[in-house]
Design a protein around this ligand. Structure first.
Ligand SMILES: *[C@@H]1O[C@H](CO)[C@@H](O)[C@H](O)[C@H]1NC(C)=O
Ligand SMILES: *[C@@H]1O[C@H](CO)[C@@H](O)[C@H](O)[C@H]1NC(C)=O
Ligand SMILES: *[C@@H]1O[C@H](CO)[C@@H](O)[C@H](O)[C@H]1NC(C)=O
Ligand SMILES: *[C@@H]1O[C@H](CO)[C@@H](O)[C@H](O)[C@H]1NC(C)=O
Ligand SMILES: *[C@@H]1O[C@H](CO)[C@@H](O)[C@H](O)[C@H]1NC(C)=O
Ligand SMILES: *[C@@H]1O[C@H](CO)[C@@H](O)[C@H](O)[C@H]1NC(C)=O
Ligand SMILES: *[C@@H]1O[C@H](CO)[C@@H](O)[C@H](O)[C@H]1NC(C)=O
Ligand SMILES: *[C@@H]1O[C@H](CO)[C@@H](O)[C@H](O)[C@H]1NC(C)=O
Ligand SMILES: *[C@@H]1O[C@H](CO)[C@@H](O)[C@H](O)[C@H]1NC(C)=O
Ligand SMILES: CC(=O)N[C@H]1CO[C@H](CO)[C@@H](O)[C@@H]1O
Length: 830
């Protein structure tokens, strides 16, 4: 070797050494058992927190609570349409500051999983795709299409480069251990034929070429092209087996609850069943799992997808919409995480053997030379089991898993919850009386007679013309009826065939009626009588309202939006009808709202007259459609989360100091049936199981993040009321823990906490065999000798939290409970 070459190689070597040693590079890889970090197999527990669904002020607290709950990693999607609202114009400010979010995760000492997508589904508007992308020529999403592939690559590359510049991949010393390209494409690939396979191969190559130094995932993608790792999504993934034998068993979406639709009920997944699904997954060889969602949060602005996803995206996740611990879910899972982590070595390196104990009960042993860990799982949904395992008896309730970290003592059972239940309530302060002013959205004469932003022959698709800049699009046309028209001798109706989520119809400035999509029927016919047509020119004005664009399904981007027609005047006489089709007429289109264009919600417009229409404080109307309202208010004191009660309002959008808190629709009640009085955690969960709040508003309360408020000065709320409602009942509240209940078996510890407020009273306490539900506990047939309520009151009242051992030693032993295990039930007031 020549000296020159040697020196060159030597210096190259030094450059490499210095680049790798200057940062704390972490090597992430995988084998058939687990993700490995610096060569060690790991048990990794991750949770989804979507950064735009909270505020940057909330992030540190959410992430710390996730860490405290036993998580190793925070997972998020990246939301293309909010980052690139117009082509090559980017927004990474405020709660879209992805780099800051990842750095906050890093600062907390957690890993992060970056699911770039950029298709994300996620009940997010249009699945995260920008609508301008759809409106590019010859565009087809998620298949072999050069326009689409260019844009997808451009955005993905941009995100990857942003992460690299900040050294955020773990190969660079950052927290990102895994990334994802595409999303659940396996569910739809067959609809795309051969091009589907070519497209997913292209995705894999493209991702791979970005050279991020950590593995890429593809979820719900059997036979994912190497080196992509395929993973499972679902309510349960214990039965899942990767099709590639060298892939570990990974679960990227464990649905902790479910989302809500307008008109839907309140979904609820029990802590017992969620813990069961997790324990089963690890019992059956899983090593990585992610909660979808760990914190669901709020769909601020117009980011909700759907159609028809609500503003709250609480998801019944372990952290509630506002960031409070959702107890007992959070605490029950925390205990499980702690145990699983303590079993990391056997779970990832041990030899696995399973023993069938009959009647759907199996034990699994993870054996290493240093020690073993075991699970006993009872998959039977109805029968509790008493089994003998390694010479000892174990009681394993139906649909539960017992965890035996040393294969001897049961340290945890998914169905035995020892964590407190917290029932959230609202502060009881007298609400502030708000002084409202109002103004109409338009002067009837102007808007309803044409004069739009564009004119076209025929009906257009809503998203094609609005680029989704607004929920609202006016369709306006004229029809001339002379005296001889045969319609005059008939009963006349206006008939509109539509895909508008909400349709409002006006004829000659007069409201004819509306139609709201119900029960997911997004393609419908509207027909209403019109008896005020005139000889000469008549004005037909239709307002189409979208409520979140579709986010899921093969070719979902092509789904029709708005009024697709035909639009007809129909005349009836006996059995005979005649129709006048207006669909091919010249139509005027007006995009969006006047008030929006004049930024009526902006703080700058407060107190100023921004338009020839004035704000008025007189004759405050109720039930007036298309009306703007505003009022000043004081921020509720303290640090507790703030909500606003929209009882009395119809439907619309709300802003606090110029920032949108999302769409509201408290007048939309869920149906009366299909709710459960109480929820049996046993048996397979589905999104309809255990629904609550039947016949009540789907969403009455809306989150107002603290960072939107001025603590000292005045604040302004602005409403755009579309359907008509009464704002006088609107009021602000804070969310606090009201009641806490706890149930604990003997030999456990009971911990009670009112967060930061003092425990004020013990409402119920019994040690023995009490029964019932939180709020209606009853004493059983046997009872400890000591007065449990008195003991707990002495220990707890006046303090924000307390803990006690549940034992006969504390609560007295004069018991006659036979063989049944003794339990303590407590209810306290905060
Ligand atoms: C590497 O890690 C050590 C200890 O964890 C820390 O003190 C040091 O600042 C890190 N260096 C870099 C470049 O991040
Ligand atoms: C994205 O496309 C623009 C041109 O529209 C180009 O300037 C830019 O370099 C591209 N970005 C990447 C990361 O490819
Ligand atoms: C569950 O247990 C019951 C009662 O022992 C039994 O009849 C049933 O077959 C079991 N089901 C399963 C799936 O094992
Ligand atoms: C695990 O299995 C291997 C191969 O069968 C065996 O050599 C080893 O002794 C086993 N280890 C334990 C702890 O059972
Ligand atoms: C119009 O409708 C009314 C009832 O709604 C009916 O009595 C009348 O006969 C109808 N007229 C024609 C011309 O069909
Ligand atoms: C919706 O539910 C609320 C509360 O239960 C009730 O007061 C209201 O009348 C219901 N509205 C409709 C339209 O049924
Ligand atoms: C809050 O209101 C006070 C009093 O009106 C004002 O001085 C202050 O600038 C406001 N703060 C913010 C963050 O807007
Ligand atoms: C319990 O309350 C004390 C103050 O009395 C506080 O210092 C501590 O952090 C609280 N513990 C928990 C777990 O909330
Ligand atoms: C609870 O039990 C543990 C261990 O059994 C013991 O160390 C602790 O002191 C007990 N605490 C109280 C308050 O009695
Ligand atoms: C494609 C799809 O539906 N993905 C979803 C998996 O389930 C949760 C349901 O809440 C979605 O948000 C995911 O994006």
């Amino acid at each position: 070797m020549k000296m020159k070459h040697f020196i060159f190689l030597l210096s190259l070597f030094f450059i490499l050494i210095t680049t790798f040693s200057s940062s704390n590079s972490t090597i992430v890889s995988h084998d058939e058992r687990a993700i490995t970090i610096n060569g060690q197999r790991r048990i990794l527990i991750s949770g989804s927190i979507h950064y735009p669904r909270s505020t940057s002020d909330m992030w540190p607290d959410l992430i710390n609570k996730a860490k405290d709950g036993g998580l190793d990693a925070i997972e998020t999607y990246v939301f293309w349409n909010v980052h690139e609202p117009a082509r090559r114009q980017y927004d990474f400010s405020g709660n879209l500051d992805l780099v800051r979010f990842i750095k906050t995760i890093h600062a907390a000492g957690l890993y992060s999983v970056l699911r770039i997508g950029p298709y994300v589904c996620a009940e997010w508007n249009y699945g995260g795709f920008p609508v301008w992308l759809h409106n590019m020529p010859n565009m087809k999403f998620r298949t072999v299409n050069s326009g689409f592939m260019n844009e997808m690559q451009n955005f993905t590359t941009k995100i990857v480069n942003m992460m690299k510049e900040e050294n955020l991949f773990s190969s660079q010393g950052g927290p990102i251990i895994l990334a994802q390209i595409e999303n659940e494409y396996g569910n739809v690939i067959s609809s795309y034929g051969a091009e589907g396979k070519a497209y997913i191969d292209w995705c894999a190559n493209m991702a791979n070429s970005l050279d991020i130094g950590v593995p890429w995932l593809m979820c719900q993608q059997p036979h994912a092209p190497a080196p992509m790792i395929e993973t499972c999504n679902g309510f349960y993934c214990d039965q899942y087996k990767p099709s590639n034998p060298s892939s570990p068993k990974m679960w990227t979406e464990n649905w902790t609850g479910w989302f809500k639709n307008w008109g839907g009920k309140h979904p609820y997944r029990t802590a017992e069943d969620l813990a069961y699904s997790v324990a089963r997954f690890f019992q059956t060889g899983g090593t990585f799992q992610n909660y979808y969602m760990y914190h669901g949060g709020t769909n601020f602005g117009r980011v909700a997808g759907g159609p028809y996803i609500t503003t709250s995206y609480d998801y019944h996740a372990p952290l509630d919409e506002f960031g409070n611990l959702n107890q007992p879910k959070w605490g029950h899972l925390k205990q499980l995480h702690t145990l699983l982590k303590s079993m990391e070595k056997p779970l990832t390196y041990g030899n696995i053997s399973t023993i069938d104990l009959g009647n759907s009960v199996t034990a699994t042993v993870y054996a290493t030379n240093e020690g073993s860990s075991c699970f006993i799982g009872n998959v039977n949904a109805t029968a509790d089991a008493l089994v003998n395992f390694k010479g000892k008896d174990y009681n394993v309730p139906a649909w539960s898993v017992s965890v035996l970290p040393d294969c001897d003592k049961e340290a945890y059972n998914t169905a035995r919850v020892n964590t407190q239940t917290s029932i959230m309530t609202q502060d009881s302060r007298e609400p502030e009386k708000l002084e409202w002013s109002w103004r109409p959205e338009f002067e009837r004469k102007t808007i309803l007679k044409g004069s739009g932003d564009l004119i076209a022959k025929g009906l257009v698709d809503q998203k094609d013309v609005t680029n989704d800049a607004s929920d609202y699009l006016w369709y306006m046309t004229r029809v001339h009826l002379d005296k001889k028209d045969p319609l005059w001798s008939r009963n006349m109706t206006l008939r509109v065939h539509s895909n508008a989520h909400v349709l409002h119809a006006y004829v000659n400035g007069k409201y004819v009626g509306n139609q709201i999509v119900k029960d997911n029927k997004f393609d419908y016919g509207f027909e209403k009588k019109v008896n005020h047509l005139v000889h000469g020119t008549n004005h037909i004005s239709l307002l189409s309202v979208s409520v979140g664009l579709q986010n899921y399904g093969a070719f979902f981007e092509t789904g029709p939006t708005g009024i697709n027609g035909p639009v007809k005047l129909v005349g009836y006489k006996g059995d005979e009808t005649i129709e006048k089709d207006l669909s091919a007429h010249k139509w005027d289109y007006k995009i969006g709202l006047n008030g929006f264009n004049h930024k009526l919600f902006s703080t700058k417009s407060v107190g100023h007259q921004t338009h020839h229409l004035k704000w008025s404080t007189e004759k405050l109307p109720a039930d007036r459609m298309l009306t703007w309202y505003k009022a000043n208010f004081k921020a509720p004191l303290g640090k507790d989360p703030v909500i606003v009660d929209f009882n009395g309002l119809g439907k619309g959008e709300a802003w606090i100091n110029g920032q949108s808190i999302g769409r509201y629709w408290p007048s939309f009640n869920s149906s009366d049936d299909g709710c459960t009085e109480e929820c049996d955690y046993r048996g397979e969960y589905g999104s309809d199981k255990c629904a609550f709040m039947c016949g009540k508003p789907t969403q009455r309360w809306y989150h107002v993040p603290r960072s939107f408020l001025n603590e000292t000065g005045h604040n302004t709320i602005t409403l755009f009321e579309e359907m008509g409602g009464d704002p006088t009942m609107v009021n602000f509240k804070t969310v606090v823990i009201g009641t806490v209940c706890a149930r604990a078996h003997e030999h456990n510890k009971v911990e009670l906490s009112c967060n930061n407020r003092p425990i004020s009273a013990v409402k119920f306490a019994s040690f023995g065999n009490p029964s019932g539900h939180c709020g209606s506990f009853t004493v059983g047939t046997c009872e400890g000798a000591n007065d449990a309520a008195k003991i707990i009151a002495k220990e707890c009242v006046g303090k924000p939290n307390c803990s006690m051992n549940v034992s006969s030693h504390v609560f007295g032993s004069k018991l006659d409970c036979g063989d049944s295990p003794k339990r303590l039930f407590v209810e306290i007031e905060c």
